[in-house]
Design a protein around this ligand. Structure first.
Ligand SMILES: [Fe+2]
Ligand SMILES: [Fe+2]
Length: 191
C-alpha cells in the first residue's frame, strides 16, 4: 500500500476557496495531462500488453474527467484557461531516472501512482468540505477514481518488476514527494 508522508493542511482548502474558478481551470489541466501521460506511456512501452491495456483505459477515463471538469467550467461561464506550468509536477518529473529505459519506466509508474495518491487525498478533502450537491458528488467520485488509479500504477509496476525492488524504490519516492509538496506554497490549484 502507499501512504503519503505529508498531510495537506486545511490552508489548502482556504487557498482554493479564494479562487475556485482558478482551481477548476487547474484541475481541468491536470486531467488533460494525466490522459496525455497515459497515452505516452502506452506508446513508449508498446511491447508490454498489460501496460498498454491499462494505459488506454486510464487515458480514456482521464479524458472523461477532463470533459466533466470542462462542463463545470462552462456552466460557470469560465474559459478553459491557458496552459500553465505546474511546479509540483515539474519537481516530480525531476525524480525520474532517465539513464535506463526500465529504471525510467519504474519511476514513471511510481511517480504517477504518487500523483494519483496526492489527488485522492486532496479531492477527498475538498469533497468532505463541500455542502451536499453536484460538486460534492463529483469530487467524491473523483476521490474514488484516484484511489483506483494509485493502485493501477502500482499493480502494473509489480507485474513488470520484482515487487521487492518496487517497494524499495517506492519508499524513497514517497519521502521525496513529501518533501516536494511540503515546500510548495498553497495556491488555488490542485498542487
Ligand atoms: Fe482524473
Ligand atoms: Fe487519475
Amino acid at each position: 500500500m502507499l501512504d503519503l508522508r505529508y498531510q495537506t493542511p486545511d490552508g489548502w482548502l482556504t487557498a482554493i476557496r479564494a479562487d475556485f474558478d482558478a482551481f477548476l481551470q487547474d484541475h481541468a489541466a491536470n486531467e488533460r495531462k494525466a490522459s496525455a501521460a497515459a497515452i505516452r506511456l502506452a506508446v513508449h512501452h508498446w511491447d508490454l500488453p498489460e501496460l498498454v491495456e491499462a494505459m488506454i483505459g486510464l487515458a480514456a477515463e482521464e479524458m472523461e474527467h477532463f470533459q466533466r471538469v470542462y462542463r463545470i467550467l462552462r456552466e460557470r461561464g469560465v474559459a478553459l484557461g491557458q496552459d500553465a506550468p505546474d511546479p509540483y509536477m515539474s519537481k516530480m518529473h525531476s525524480l525520474l531516472r532517465k539513464e535506463s529505459t526500465m529504471d525510467f519506466l519504474l519511476d514513471r509508474l511510481l511517480v504517477f501512482s504518487l500523483v494519483e495518491a496526492r489527488g485522492c487525498e486532496r479531492f477527498g478533502m475538498l469533497a468532505d468540505s463541500l455542502e451536499p450537491g453536484v460538486l460534492k458528488d463529483f469530487y467524491a467520485d473523483l476521490t474514488g477514481a484516484e484511489a483506483r488509479h494509485r493502485g493501477l500504477f502500482l499493480r502494473v509496476a509489480r507485474d513488470v518488476f520484482d515487487p521487492a525492488a518496487v517497494a524499495r524504490r517506492l519508499d524513497g519516492l514517497i519521502d521525496a514527494e513529501a518533501k516536494i509538496v511540503a515546500a510548495l506554497p498553497l495556491r488555488a490549484a490542485l498542487h
